[in-house]
Design a protein around this ligand. Sequence first.
Ligand SMILES: Nc1ncnc2c1ncn2[C@@H]1O[C@H](COP(=O)(O)OP(=O)(O)OP(=O)(O)O)[C@@H](O)[C@H]1O
Length: 305
Amino acid sequence: MSILITENLSHKYGAGWAIRDINIDIPQKGAYGLLGANGAGKSTLMNIICGALKPTDGRVIVNGIDLRKEPQRAKTSIGFLPQILPLYLDLSVEEYLRYTASLRLVDKKNIDRAVEEVLERCQITHFRRRLLKNLSGGYRQRVGIAQAIIHKPLLVVMDEPTNGLDPNQLIETRRLIQEVAEQSLVLLSSHILTEIGQLCQEIILIDKGELLFSDSASAFQQQVQSTYLQVIFDNPPPIEQLSQLVGVNAVDMESKGSYRISYDNLDMLTQQLLELSIQKGWKLKTIRPVENSMDEVFKELTNKR
Ligand SMILES: Nc1ncnc2c1ncn2[C@@H]1O[C@H](COP(=O)(O)OP(=O)(O)OP(=O)(O)O)[C@@H](O)[C@H]1O
């Protein structure tokens, strides 16, 4: 049974559609990256999937349960880390987690154990008595993740979970997200595409409220044909000679003997490289296409429309 299905999900605020006919079917656990430019509809989609916003049209099915028909039952399988976390700053970490466990309908007799488990999983046991207002941003975010997983949901939705964190906090929060994704389906949005590339095996891209792409991260990178070659020589020519070859747009030196060539005619370029290397003794040793960066694919796909 699929963990998350959305069927023709659409939402409009006032007159304009924020999302339109989004169909997603995610059968298994793992980290899924939700990409889209500002205003693409990511938060709207996430809020609807978590039951925080009622869609204008369509439906959400979580673990086989229709969110609109049985919201309470469906929500036992959903954890949510919203973009702005509603923290009660005068509560201690432990008090807050007890409260969220009861909101998530964790059985009273299981609350102690559930709190201990998430304190440990999120590595905040030593801060259990600290007031939330006295925690750093990184630790607040861990508390946010702890409240999202306290009831062991099958689906965890995280809206920009690493936004505003410093580099150390970023590394730790990403590690925690990866651990959560081993036990749940984690759907997360981020503006940092390299982060999505590192964390997520699957990519969902929405643009202007419409689903543009939903497949593996490697399929995402293959969406746009690379127009770069990496060439490495044992006896490298001067960069100017490479720049003058037919079919070349630009050449950058990566390290001694290694160049990145932007081209518009691959056949002509490779033919010249092979011929000249033999003629002039450049000793060409590697020639390979450079994989597109996530940024390049994102730009290409969203600019096409
Ligand atoms: N409460 C609201 N009332 C009216 N329009 C809204 C509301 N919330 C969002 N919108 C509009 O709906 C569209 C989608 O917004 P949404 O916040 O879902 O996008 P997003 O992809 O999450 O953007 P961001 O990356 O900036 O957070 C935007 O055009 C936005 O202006």
